[in-house]
Design a protein around this ligand. Structure first.
Ligand code: NCD
Length: 364
């Protein structure tokens, strides 16, 4: 059973198929109005969300299906101590597909192992957010017509911003994409993204703290909010929260056709005055997210048994040899889970947690 946990679970060919389906839905919505008649989507949101949850719900309703679910952990049996695996098994008896958001990294992966129906990761901690990436990709495609040869700047909280991690992974598979990483020192991109996505794929990238210096070269500027809820120490958040504010003034040196994206919610990273600028694409991005979620639900509900995952790469697994040290990993709270690591680099004995991608190194 195919699920979508990480954007790289899908090949670039599959992503293009989703984009083509989404474009067809935009052209001929009536053709899809009953495509999921009789099917149920369960939205399991253990962490607050407005747009992602409602986007999934709107997507399923526009396909003629129905929706069940909850929007906060307190109203689910998780508050009684139920494991993700049990919740997933139970929901698998009621619904045809699950969209899950969870504060612990790897939780949707665990659900996918037990649900018996496709699971979509709607955001897991600071880790991944592949359906936001689908929205981002459709927006870039519709605005720029290509993913190749673009210079894409990411600005803000690159450490905890899961949408950033997923979009960089997706862009790493296109030709000649240049990445500009703009963040305060404390919120730089995690080293695993740098090593295993940017460097491993030979992508050209640069890191800077200055939005003003970076802006003239960008084709796409991806603004993000500072992720208050992921800070252990609120003093640091207070110090960093206004690091970048995009104003009309700062846009003066930007290309006339630069595309401004933001996964939303915006706090104050983009001045409201920018909304009227032709380069502001973040509300189009919201609508594109609904179309891509429609395309995704259709794909996952209509998968054939022998569908092959041409993006999946198998590596040697180490079960309970290492313990994951990431306090945000689902293995930190679900005691019965095996700690599973995948071999990434045999020469240096580097392994990666299957749930949250934290590194472990084998002793020599
Ligand atoms: C993002 C998220 O949840 O990670 N929002 C979203 O899904 N549209 C970005 C954010 O919360 O900052």
């Amino acid at each position: 059973m195919r699920s979508l946990i990480d954007i790289v679970d899908f090949s670039t060919r599959e992503i293009q198929q989703l984009i083509d389906t989404a474009c067809d839905i935009i052209e001929r919505p009536q053709e899809y109005a009953e495509a999921c008649k009789g099917k149920k989507l369960a939205t399991l949101f253990f962490e607050p969300s407005t747009r992602t949850r409602l986007s999934f719900e709107a997507a399923m309703l526009e396909l003629g299906g129905s929706v069940i679910g909850f929007s906060e952990a307190n109203s689910s049996s998780a508050s009684k101590g139920e494991s993700i695996a049990d919740t997933a098994r139970v929901i698998g008896c009621y619904a045809d597909i699950i969209a899950m958001r969870h504060p612990k990294e790897g939780a949707p992966y665990v659900a996918a192992q037990h649900a018996g129906i496709p699971v979509i990761n709607a955001g897991d901690g600071g880790h991944c957010h592949p359906t936001q990436t689908l929205a981002d990709l459709l927006t870039i495609y519709r605005e720029k017509g290509t993913f190749d040869n673009l210079t894409v700047g990411f600005c803000g909280d690159l450490k905890y911003g899961r949408t950033v991690h997923s979009l960089i992974a997706a862009l790493s598979r296109y030709h000649n994409v240049n990445i500009v990483l703009i963040s305060p020192e404390e919120l730089k991109i995690p080293s695993y993204v740098k090593r295993e996505v940017l460097e491993k794929n030979g992508m050209s990238y640069m890191q800077t703290t200055s939005l003003e210096e970076a802006i003239p070269q960008l084709d796409v500027l991806y603004m993000t909010r500072i992720q208050r809820e992921r800070f252990d120490d609120l003093e640091t958040y207070e110090r960093l929260k206004d690091s970048y504010i995009l104003t009309l003034d700062k846009l003066q040196t930007a290309k006339a056709d630069m595309c401004i994206l933001h996964p939303l919610p915006r706090v104050n990273e983009i001045s409201v005055a920018v909304d009227g600028d032709s380069r502001a694409c973040y509300f189009k991005q919201v609508l594109n997210g609904k179309y891509m979620r429609m395309a995704l639900i259709l794909k996952l509900l209509n998968q054939s048994a022998d569908e092959i995952c041409d993006a999946a790469d198998e590596g040697e697994l180490a079960v309970n040899t290492f313990r994951c040290t990431n306090p945000r990993c689902i293995t930190s709270t679900e005691q019965e889970l095996d700690h599973i690591f995948k071999l990434m680099n045999a020469e240096h004995g580097i392994y990666r947690c299957l749930y949250c991608e934290t590194r472990a190194v084998a002793e020599k």
